[in-house]
Design a protein around this ligand. Sequence first.
Ligand code: AVI
Length: 314
Amino acid sequence: MKDTFKNDINIGLSANEKSLPSKYFYDKIGDALFVKIMNLPEYYLTKAEFDIFKNQTQDIIDTLKIAPDTYFELIELGAGDGTKTKELLKVLSHKNYAFEYLPIDISLNALEQLETRLSKELPKVKVTKKQGDYFEVLEGLKNSHHPKIVLFLGSNIGNLGDAEAKTFISNLSDALNKNDKVLLGIDLIKPEHIVLPAYNDKAGVTKAFNFNLLHRINSELEADFNLQQFSHTPEYSENTGIAKSFIVSDKNQNVTIGALNKTFQFKAGEKIHTETSRKYNDDVLGSILKNSDLSIVTKLLDSNKYFADYILEK
Ligand code: AVI
């Protein structure tokens, strides 16, 4: 694990255009910062999707065409704290739908916390947690021939480049049977004055989240990044719908990474690309789904029309 981190950092910082993989945001500190981000006034994404789950729960159930007496598996990729999903689980449980909830996450800690919370709050819901890589777990679930509904919420797909998102969709589709459904939560393309503050909040939490990467490199790979000499600089283009976060070097400086026995040079103004947060519309999603076996059934929007939960069918 540590070696993969080291190698990925080396590859990213040795490239002509420097970059660091955003998946490394999420250690214990990063997880806690992301929870704070979701509660920031500027970070509209979580509130918008919660609005859909809270106020259109029955519409979700109706469009997923769930029959009350057919046993199905509700699978969630990257379940997090499950706040939004709980709204759906609550209604399914109260209405006595026959189902099992299978949250999949790489973090066993996150899954155990979710399981404990659900056993207290919704004791009737059968929860079977699955720890591991999404697709390895999904592959294992292929043998069960119950209808499946896969939740992939929070605009997590937006953190993938378009080519990666296509591969993701094709792997997801391969793991499903005909008529299975996907509930895909995505942030919609909208003007800069709404998107940019979500990635550049006044309290500086997103900056700390971004800089956690440098902290991790300092502490885990014996590096000497001086965090005072870098800036957090997000960018967004409404034309492409792509938001990107960068860490920018404030001056010419060298940084040594002890574990790599290597010194990296940073020019004043040089950028390190740390994250992509793609926003979508029907056309962008259509091009990602093209050549896959998944098609759009419908979409549900929040009251501000900021966010969409698309329902896809195989
Ligand atoms: C997890 N993901 C969808 C978040 C996003 O909006 O791209 C991560 C995040 N990065 C900065 N703020 C939130």
